[in-house]
Design a protein around this ligand. Structure first.
Ligand code: PMP
Length: 435
């Protein structure tokens, strides 16, 4: 025992956790405390968190309104009993999400993660349409279970090729490296619609169940198609009743600034939406909101032991109230504009930045070999290490692992935006200096 305790945590981690469980940083950090938008590690170093625990901490850390609601639930003694019984806050949260969704006659099913939410959505759509054919976007990520890995369009995250669904991938999400990326918006949309029609004709038997899209591709490097693309797709889908599923796991809850749901920028209401991450502000909760007829298409029983449990829904309800009461969507728009302007300034002086993109507080820079579009994943490692040295945590991602992702808590302040830009400016300059 004494020996184990002397062994560094990273070595113990490697000994008992899977080899494919990726960790950030050459010298990985252990977070031991957090408050506001800052986290502190086991060495006492404090960081401004611009990845918010992969977008889970939408509001920030240690928010009294949320921890108070969780504590009050703990004080009842009911951490969890069973989702076979009525749970008041689960019903209230579902009512709120159904209303916010804009989906007519909407119903909500709670899960514990985004993966489970998407698995449920796939099962609903395939059952409703009696077809296992699914359309997804190239460069997408939808989760890490059997069906969701199958539809994910990014080899780095496709841990198995033995999917139960038949998937066809279409262009659209990742414009920077799309063959149509150089076209003006309207022509780009038209080219993607043509590609969709061709895929429907050539790789499916026509009776497709659904199309699933991320309004902004999260793991794929915050790749953002022009507004309206998914509205144009929906017109094609509607010709044969193909359902549209919007995966709002990263883009939901106002993060994109201009809309509460990412898909709304496309002028369309989907048939199904999935959500997770930010809703719980750190608690494990996800779910599906869908048209009532789609949600009710199962005839056999189906339940989640923990999905919608009293603790998670008490916390999530408080988090959602906080988000709405404090107009965090409005703040995401304002702070996002300031951050985006600063990123464009950094890009102007640094040819290693090939693209600045995203919306609201979901912004990214793609790093390339100067003067080319060649992805530079080593530069992203440098930026990650350098920002850490400057007290800032950011995310990495993209098909080629060369994208720096910024998604801070939506309570962010102007001073924090400027602080982060300062750290990012130094980090990107360090790439040019070959550090
Ligand atoms: N969909 C999207 C768009 C995601 O970004 C993620 C997680 N990165 C998931 C689904 C899966 O969510 P979870 O990790 O909670 O299972």
């Amino acid at each position: 025992m004494a020996d184990t305790e002397q062994t560094p945590l990273i070595d113990r981690h490697r000994a008992v956790l899977p080899s494919w469980l990726a960790l950030y940083y050459r010298d990985p950090i252990e977070i031991t405390r957090a408050g506001g938008r800052r986290v502190t590690d086991s060495t006492g170093a404090t960081y401004l968190d611009f990845f918010a625990g992969i977008l889970t901490n939408a509001i920030g850390y240690d928010v009294p309104e949320i921890s108070g609601a969780i504590r009050r639930q703990l004080d009842t003694g009911v951490l969890h009993t069973s989702t076979l019984y009525l749970i008041r806050q689960q019903v209230e949260l579902a009512e709120k999400i159904a209303e916010l969704s804009g989906i007519p006659d909407a119903k909500v099913f709670f899960t514990n993660s985004g993966t489970e939410a998407n698995e449920t959505a796939l099962m609903l759509a395939t059952q409703f349409r009696r077809s296992n054919q699914v359309l997804a976007l190239r460069n997408s990520y939808h989760g890490r279970a059997f069906g969701t890995v199958g539809i994910t369009g990014n080899r780095g995250w496709s841990t198995s090729s033995l999917s139960p669904v038949k998937v066809s991938h279409v262009h659209g999400g990742y414009r920077y490296r799309s063959p149509f990326g150089h076209l003006p918006d309207a022509d780009y949309v038209a080219a993607c619609v043509e590609d969709l029609r061709e895929v429907l004709l050539t790789t499916t038997s026509g009776d497709v169940a659904c199309m699933i899209v991320e309004p902004i591709q999260g793991v794929g490097g915050f790749s953002s198609p022009p507004d309206g693309l998914f509205g144009a797709f929906k017109e094609v889908l509607d010709e044969t009743g193909i359902l549209l599923i919007s995966d709002e796991v990263q883009t939901g809850w106002g993060r994109t600034g201009d809309h509460f749901w990412g898909i709304s920028a496309h002028g369309v209401t989907p048939d199904v939406m999935t959500f997770a991450k930010g809703l719980g502000n750190g608690l494990a909760i996800g779910g599906v909101v869908a048209r009532g007829d789609v949600m009710d298409c199962f005839t056999a029983n189906s339940i989640s032991t923990f999905g919608g449990n009293p603790l998670a829904t008490a916390g999530a309800k408080a988090a959602l109230d906080y988000l709405l009461d404090n107009d965090l969507q409005g703040n995401a728009a304002k702070m996002g504009a300031r951050l985006s302007a600063g990123l464009h300034d950094i890009a102007a002086g640094n040819p290693v930045v090939g693209d600045v993109r995203g919306k609201g507080l979901m912004l990214a820079v793609e790093l390339v070999e100067p003067g080319t579009r060649e992805p530079d994943p080593a530069a992203a490692v440098t930026v990650l290490e350098q920002t850490r040295a400057h007290g800032l945590l950011v995310g990495k991602g993209g098909l080629h692992n060369n994208v720096i992702r910024l998604a801070p808590p939506m309570t962010l302040t102007e001073d924090e935006v400027d602080e982060a830009l300062d750290a990012l400016g130094h980090a990107v300059a360090a790439v040019g200096e070959g550090e």
